[in-house]
Design a protein around this ligand. Structure first.
Ligand code: TXE
Length: 486
């Protein structure tokens, strides 16, 4: 696949930014510019919203029967699979992802469209027993035009989960990908048009968050907003939406705990725990970034993890190692600042127990951070409370179940938790006591499967994407009351 043009995708056509400006695209593996994208403005967003409105308000998209929508989504899933290697190569370069990760992302994106293809004609309302002489029914109707602000960590996956669900419910979409990573989504939109999606169903406006993103959050003609990103930007988006009474779904990341009891099957747990923080170089909303270990097993677990961390290798995406670079220089600086902050941490003082390596082939201009295992981390320190979004695992011991729950719930976030124990009753108690949107027992899904509703509590956001549940969020429930008696 060639690198898409530095243009928006509106009404099934590539169009330049009205202001004629572009933004350079940097390869995180070497820090060099290799492409450009259009720098969208409020005018570009308005143009995309108008196209989506035409599609949603009586246009070809809104006239499709649900079964036909489903067939289009299924065709798109197959087309994504057919172009998987090209899309993965683009995603890998743009985001600095090792090819294995990029291929997995493409497969997940296709799977979202496959899942939602089958769901289009299954969003049933109800009939409600009411007073004699009345017939009452509920209808799930599309909002109309949905806006989607997508982050840079998993563009294809998050597009699939968010836009896939919105399209399935019958909405037309305007998408603002992250300025750091949008090439694969422009390629995907072009594929969708070629597969027969009517003009205006899927529109993409690229640009900076504070320009195109803010304009989308404020745009008239948007009926629902879906945002995935930082808590601070999510707040701005929700504030802008509130002024127009537009409903919002927010997924704002987390500080997710992995809770390991002494009876856990470590053979099973350890590779999953490592992967949950190393995958995508730790830039995963559901990264298992805190490790809580029962005191009796603490030393054993840390020794085994230290061995695994020391063997990890970071390097250019093309080398397909354990992890690639971070997305950009500022993200690398952010992660390094957390590590430098360790020395000034209050309390007993955490220390780096093990560190992986950056391979010598990694270009000096790339944004690499070696994976780090931090022992005896202070739960009150920023490292344990804030989202680092890098390959840093903070470990700490706990004495009993109550302390484990208190630590697990001791941050502002609540997205995902992992519980590792062979004691079924304890697993269930923990699953209920932990405040988060998902809990895994004896596994950790880094967000889980396409079928599993996903989203947070507290500062991790609200609303759910993924699974059938998402369709309720992307729809409006209407109650129709018919009086037929005299
Ligand atoms: O996020 P932003 P950033 C977290 C993670 C990371 C931190 C900063 O901790 O270290 O956020 O990353 C768009 N109005 N996550 O600064 O700003 C922006 O263009 C509307 C967690 O990159 O939240 C991009 O498309 N939109 C996370 C998207 O918001 C705006 C994924 C995310 O960018 C905007 C990414 C504005 N005013 C970062 N400003 C997750 N939950 O997975 C920016 N944007």
């Amino acid at each position: 696949m060639t690198i898409p043009r530095a243009e928006h995708f509106i009404d099934n056509r590539f169009v330049p930014a009205l202001g004629g400006l572009t933004i350079p695209v940097i390869d995180p593996s070497d820090g060099r510019v290799f492409a450009a994208i259009a720098r969208g403005s409020a005018d570009d967003v308005a143009r995309a919203v108008a196209a989506a409105r035409r599609a949603a308000d009586g246009g070809a998209w809104s006239r499709l029967a649900p079964v036909e929508r489903g067939r289009l989504l299924a065709r798109l899933a197959r087309a994504i699979e057919a172009k998987a290697e090209d899309l993965a190569a683009l995603e890998s370069r743009d985001c600095g992802k090792p090819m294995r990760q990029a291929r997995a992302d493409v497969a997940a994106c296709a799977r979202y469209f496959e899942f939602y293809a089958g769901a289009c004609d299954k969003l049933h309302g109800q009939t409600i027993p009411y007073t004699p002489g009345y017939q009452v029914m509920t209808l799930y109707e599309p909002h109309g035009v949905t806006g989607h602000i997508i982050p840079w960590n998993y563009p294809l996956q998050i597009f699939g989960r968010s836009v896939g669900g919105a399209l399935a419910a019958g909405n037309a979409c305007v998408v603002k990908p992250a300025e750091d990573a949008c090439l694969s989504l422009l390629g995907l939109a072009e594929i969708a048009a070629a597969e027969g999606f009517p003009p205006g169903a899927i529109n993409i406006v690229t640009g900076y968050g504070h320009e195109a993103g803010q304009a989308l959050a404020e745009a008239r003609g948007i009926d629902h907003l879906s945002f995935t990103g930082s808590a601070s930007t999510g707040t701005r988006v929700a504030q802008a939406a509130a002024l127009r009474h537009v409903p919002v779904t927010l997924e704002l990341g987390g500080k997710s705990p992995q809770i390991v009891f002494a009876d856990a099957d470590l053979e099973r747990a350890l590779p999953v725990i490592v992967n949950a923080i190393v995958q995508n170089a730790g830039q995963t909303c559901s990264a298992g970034s805190r490790l809580l270990v029962e005191t009796g097993a603490y030393e054993r677990v840390l020794a085994a993890l230290a061995e695994r961390f020391s063997a990890l290798r970071a390097g250019p995406a093309a080398m397909d190692l354990d992890l690639g670079p971070l997305i950009r220089a500022s993200q690398k600086a952010r992660v390094e600042a957390f590590l430098q902050g360790l020395a000034s941490q209050p309390g007993a003082g955490a220390w780096v127990r093990a560190r992986g390596a950056i391979v010598p082939e990694a270009p000096g201009g790339g944004f690499y951070v070696a994976p780090v295992l931090v022992a005896d981390a202070d739960p009150a320190a920023p490292l344990c409370r804030e989202e680092v979004f890098g390959p840093v695992l903070a470990a700490m011991p706990f004495g009993d179940e109550a302390e484990a729950v208190a630590l697990a719930n001791g941050t502002d976030y609540g997205l995902v938790a992992g519980v590792w124990t062979e004691n079924g009753a304890r697993a269930l108690r923990l699953a209920k006591a932990v405040k988060s949107g998902q809990v895994f027992v004896n596994d950790y899904g880094a967000g889980g499967g396409v079928e599993l509703p996903f989203g947070g509590v507290k500062a991790s956001g609200y609303g759910r994407e993924k699974g059938f549940e998402a369709l309720y969020g992307f729809s409006v429930l209407k109650t129709v009351v018919i009086r037929y008696g005299v």
